[in-house]
Design a protein around this ligand. Structure first.
Ligand SMILES: NC(=O)c1ccc[n+]([C@@H]2O[C@H](COP(=O)([O-])OP(=O)(O)OC[C@H]3O[C@@H](n4cnc5c(N)ncnc54)[C@H](O)[C@@H]3O)[C@@H](O)[C@H]2O)c1
Length: 299
């Protein structure tokens, strides 16, 4: 039987701070396939995340199908806005949520992974994070600072992650990020420069696939996911409308489940996808292929 077998492989998944988003679903699918999982978690959310786990609030979602429990080898603090600790302004470094966690920069995490596991300990790196301080503002009203922040945290962070972790990857390694169709088509309300960030992320997927492929022998892909009511998506404010609209107007009239994305990520990370790189893979029930709405808008 053809199986997704990630036994003996180690993944670093950046952007998990609860059990409701794609990063968690991807971690679970990678673990189902046999990989071990390390996380990168945003310092402002890290405390709540560890408390949720300690208090058993995530026990049910940590169950794997064969009776095992999802475990995290390590959870590293990571603020993907900063390449080095020196890049973080003093007010961030001294903030109570950051002060005690050590080096939370991308280079800091690289150093910790090397210290904990050696020179080439990684096979899979997942970038499942995004942030835009002005996401609720139309692009036209977004400040320069808000726009640059969205692109910095949500797109440049992938460039930085590939640069920092590429040398730590074993042969056949795979990088993956998460994008959204708003990078290619207009999604009214997806503001603050997030659409620009996703466009950059998708373009960079191609260039990084070429450059990191030649330099490190790794693959770089992105999954364009359909709408899912994660914490980040719910914060934008119209996720339920997006889910209903997309369900009604997709070739497959169903909502996506985070596990659809998780399973695709496991495939892309596996040797079965050895020839796939530089690609945007749609996990959206085919919505991207539509050119016209099927149902009339609700009154
Ligand atoms: N939910 C959707 O509808 C949808 C659709 C397509 C693509 N995506 C993408 O999927 C990815 C994961 O998002 P999600 O919807 O699963 O939500 P999520 O809330 O589970 O994940 C977003 C994560 O980003 C982290 N984060 C925010 N700023 C950060 C920073 N500076 N440094 C490090 N981490 C930071 C948050 O703590 C959170 O864990 C994002 O790239 C998102 O744009 C989401």
């Amino acid at each position: 039987m053809l199986r997704i077998d990630l036994t003996g492989k180690r993944a670093f998944v950046a952007g998990v701070s609860d059990d409701g988003g794609f990063g968690f679903a991807i971690s679970k699918a990678l673990a189902e396939a046999g990989a071990t999982i390390c996380l990168g978690s945003w310092p402002p959310a890290l405390g709540i995340f560890t408390k949720l786990m300690e208090r058993g609030k995530m026990d049910e979602s940590m169950n794997l199908s064969d009776g095992r429990k999802l475990e995290f080898e390590k959870i590293y603090p990571l603020d993907a806005a900063y390449d080095t600790l020196g890049d973080a302004p003093a007010e961030v470094r001294e903030n109570k949520r950051y002060k005690e966690v050590g080096d939370f920069s991308i280079e800091g995490v690289r150093g910790l992974i090397e210290k904990d596991f050696g020179a080439t300990p990684l096979d899979i790196v997942v970038h499942s994070l995004a942030n835009a301080p002005e996401v609720k503002k139309p692009l036209l009203d977004t400040s320069r600072a808000g726009y640059l922040s969205a692109v910095s945290v949500s797109a440049y962070s992938m460039v930085s992650l590939v640069r920092a972790l590429g040398p730590l990857m074993r042969p056949g390694g795979s990088f993956l990020s998460l994008t959204y169709m708003a990078g290619e088509r207009v999604i009214p309300g997806y503001g603050g420069g997030m659409s620009s960030a996703k466009a950059a992320l998708e373009a960079d997927t191609r260039t990084l696939a070429y450059e990191a492929g030649r330099r490190h022998g790794v693959r770089v892909n992105t999954i364009s996911a359909g709408p899912w009511a994660s914490r980040a998506a719910s914060a934008i404010g119209f996720i339920d409308m997006m889910i209903n609209y997309t369900k009604a107007n997709s070739p497959l009239p169903r909502s996506i489940d985070a596990s659809d994305v998780g399973n695709t990520a496991a495939f892309l990370a596996s040797p079965l996808a050895a020839g796939i790189t530089g690609t945007t893979v749609y996990v959206d029930n085919g919505y991207h292929a539509m050119g016209m709405a099927v149902t009339p808008p609700a009154p």
